[in-house]
Write a protein that binds this ligand. Structure first.
Ligand code: NAD
Length: 502
């Protein structure tokens, strides 16, 4: 089998991230300080940030404490009073200005994302545009947060429903989309009239802090948007216990989502959870093979597989199974693996070593149980966080990869015979985030889109996200929706008012 086209770490790539950071056009966007109550807090303790491709330390940031979080909660509560009183159009103007600053500094933000997260620079640039899009979207949605007038059931009364900001919100965000997962939450919260405190993932604080710098520059008032970095448990404990935090939005693993749900029970917060996926990708034998392979490649390898929408189980109907595997393997071998700052790179490192290790466990388990493994021979020049794109064919339902999310560039392909059978296998999961169906039959597409138990379904497409779509899952993939006209509801309370005796 020909070897994969890998781009090894050359001597020139040592220090590549640091050199890029030193050459940032706006050096002040490389903030090592947290933003609390309008002040940039350097802190006494510092944590390192590393380039996951080389494991080189590239910066350090303040490690905030629980006491810092208490200050932030108090500041968020104070700032909420004036922020909620602004007209929705006034809040919208600030959000638009924040979005346009993000776009103006897209290159600097993208470099920060690539240096700490590892994704190819082209994907990082796309993330900045995607992330700014949520601010623009919610700037307008804030003006459309309508209430209702209900036809009255009593003579002489008027029944109204009003939507009001819920209060101080908090967001705990992941490392795979370190900018867009912040703006998707903060855009909705700020448009609703809430203040918000963000705790980004410790692996990717730099881009979060740069976004905070631009928020300040755009005129987001002191205390309305704050970013605190540090130990996840130390910082989330006050958020969970404090009754002043009325809403908590989290994106990350189902395991941590469950912990937060339990932790928020005593203070009964409004919870919005975007958790793990385990997406089935169904390919029927009536479909154009090239389109299906192209779709599966996109759905598997975007963000180097570290995407909750990633196709984790690719089910292919038996009649085209062999051809699909061959075409997929050929396309996969063309992928360029390397440092995200190299313009030719398509697959970067895993951001966390635990994710790379889980991928290896899935590959070994599948191989031991009889799957066929297509991948490149490991290139010693690549760091240990790299997982080479790997195709596992003849995967069976008892293999680990068929039962849990890999979150890396490992593609599992499973044969199936009938529509009924594949639907049952696709739905046999506790996860329910995204699913894909490739077929030329409109009837089958309609039937499956109705009966598949997932929050988002792509029919003959692997690309369906963006600010207008309601992003979220069924079952243990989460609670609530982000983006779309529904996303703002996570930060609002409904109030019913009855005027009698009119
Ligand atoms: P994680 O859930 O541990 O991390 C996500 C966020 O939660 C980070 O900000 C982290 O600091 C915080 N966190 C971690 N433990 C916490 C705790 N005990 N209390 C409060 N906050 C806590 O995710 P991970 O371990 O980095 O990744 C593991 C898996 O999670 C991945 O393999 C993937 O399956 C899933 N994941 C999903 C998404 C998504 O987009 N839905 C994003 C990242 C990770």
């Amino acid at each position: 089998m020909p070897h994969q086209n890998v781009r090894p770490k050359s001597p020139h790539s040592v220090g590549l991230a640091v050199r890029h950071l030193q050459n940032l056009r706006r050096r002040d966007l490389l903030a090592g300080a947290a933003l609390i109550d309008g002040r940039w807090v350097v802190g006494e303790q510092r944590d390192s940030v590393v380039d996951p491709a080389t494991e080189e330390e590239i910066a350090d940031v303040a490690r905030c404490s629980a006491a810092d979080m208490d200050l932030a909660i108090a500041a968020a509560e104070r700032s909420f009073v004036a922020w909620r009183e602004l007209l929705p159009a006034e809040r919208g103007a600030i959000l638009r200005s924040w979005a346009s600053l993000m776009l103006r500094h897209s290159e600097e933000l993208a470099v920060l994302v690539t240096c700490e997260q590892g994704k190819p620079l082209a994907e990082a640039r796309h993330e900045i545009a995607y992330g700014a899009g949520f601010l623009e979207w919610f700037a307008a949605e804030g003006e459309r947060a309508y209430g209702e007038t209900i036809p009255s059931h009593k003579i002489g009364s008027l029944l109204q429903v009003r939507m009001q900001p819920i209060g101080v919100a908090a967001a705990i965000t992941p490392w795979n989309f370190p900018v867009a997962m912040i703006t998707r939450k903060a855009g909705a919260a700020l448009a609703a009239g809430c203040s918000i405190i963000v705790k980004p993932a410790p692996e990717t604080p730099l881009s979060a802090l740069a976004v905070a710098r631009l928020a300040e520059e755009a005129g987001v008032p002191r205390g309305v948007f704050q970013v605190l970095v540090g130990d996840p448990i130390e910082l989330s404990t006050p958020l969970l216990r404090d009754t002043r935090i009325r809403a908590l939005s989290f994106t990350g693993s189902t395991e941590v989502g469950r912990l937060l749900l339990r932790g928020a029970a005593d203070t009964v917060k409004k919870m919005s959870l975007e958790l793990g996926g385990h997406a089935p990708f169904l390919v029927f034998d009536d479909v154009d093979l090239n389109k299906a392979v192209k779709g599966a490649m996109a759905a598997k390898f975007a963000t180097s597989g570290q995407d909750c929408l990633a196709a984790n189980r690719i089910y292919v109907q038996r009649g085209i199974y062999g051809d699909f595997v061959e075409a997929f393997a050929t396309a996969m071998r063309q992928l360029k693996v390397g440092h995200g700052l190299d313009p030719l790179t398509e697959i970067g490192p895993m951001t966390k070593s635990s994710v790379a290790n889980k991928c290896r466990v899935h590959i070994d388990d599948a191989a031991a149980k009889g799957a066929h493994v297509f991948s490149a021979v490991r290139d010693e020049g690549l760091g240990s966080n790299f997982v080479l794109p790997t195709l596992l064919s003849d995967v069976t339902d008892d293999m680990l990869i068929a039962r849990e999310e890999s979150f890396g560039p490992v593609a599992a392909v499973l044969p199936f015979d009938t529509e009924e059978e594949v639907l049952a296998r696709a739905n046999a999961s506790e996860m329910g985030l995204a699913a894909y169906v490739y077929t030329d039959s409109l009837r089958r597409a309609l039937r499956l889109s109705e009966s598949i138990e997932y929050g988002m379904v792509g029919v003959n497409t692997a690309s369906f996200t963006g600010p207008p779509i309601p992003f979220g899952g069924w079952k243990q993939s989460g609670l609530g929706r982000e983006g779309s006209r529904h996303g703002i509801d996570e930060y609002m309370e409904l109030k019913y008012v009855c005027f009698g005796d009119l």
